[in-house]
Design a protein around this ligand. Structure first.
Ligand code: URA
Length: 210
């Protein structure tokens, strides 16, 4: 559909996503599923990382063994729902540097308003993985990536759980250099900017608010 988009069709990802979508899934289950799914998505988003090799000694002999090349990567969570994805990704990549972008969505204009920005140094030398479970209008993601590029980021990937075609389109126009990795692309947005059929408000479902 879009060449900057990867849909992770792994059966475990799809199964867990179905459970998360269900209205009756409890906050505790939702959180657990999101953590589990984020481990699987993190595996995909890091699939083509540059490698180098190092000389090690096994108990039997010396060998040249592969390791990750380059600087520690940066994980950037778009608050607050991004933190749900961040937890699992951090578990898989414990040495990653972590940053936060706080943007809230003005309910009338649907435009993002910035209230927090704290990111690791030397972004220009790192792979930057931006996490936010829901790519809806794309307004917050585009704004967050604008800010990260201003801060020096050049090699960015965007990881989400669910996307709307409108958000994928908008990201592709604003940031065609940023690959999107998601578990599914749903039908559309409704008039309030929610993904349909979606899973509701990811932050509310994760934190039991509303
Ligand atoms: N954010 C959410 O949490 N859910 C949506 O459906 C859209 C944006």
């Amino acid at each position: 559909m879009y060449d900057h988009l990867t849909i992770v069709k792994h059966p475990l990802v799809q199964h867990k996503l179905t459970l998360m979508r269900q209205r009756d899934t409890s906050t505790a289950s939702f959180r657990r599923l999101l953590r589990e799914i984020s481990l699987l998505l993190a595996y995909e988003v890091t699939r083509e990382l540059p490698m180098t090799s190092t000389t090690i000694e096994t108990p039997l002999q010396e060998m040249e063994a592969p390791i990750l090349a380059g600087k520690k990567m940066a994980l950037i969570s778009i608050l607050r729902a991004g933190n749900g994805l961040l937890d699992g990704v951090m578990e898989l990549i414990p040495s990653a540097r972590v940053g936060f972008v706080g943007l809230y969505r003005d309910e009338e204009t649907l435009q993002p308003v910035q209230y927090y920005f704290k990111v690791p140094t030397e972004l220009e030398d790192r792979l930057v993985i931006v996490v936010d479970p829901m790519l809806a209008t794309g307004n917050s993601s585009v704004a967050a990536i604008d800010l990260l590029k201003l801060a020096g980021a050049r090699n960015i990937r965007f990881l989400c759980l669910l996307a709307a075609p409108e958000g994928v389109e908008r990201m592709g126009q604003a940031h065609p250099d940023v690959p999107i990795i998601t578990a599914a692309v749903d039908e559309r947005l409704n008039e309030k900017g929610y993904i349909i059929p979606g899973l509701g408000d990811a932050g509310d479902r994760m934190y039991g608010t509303k």
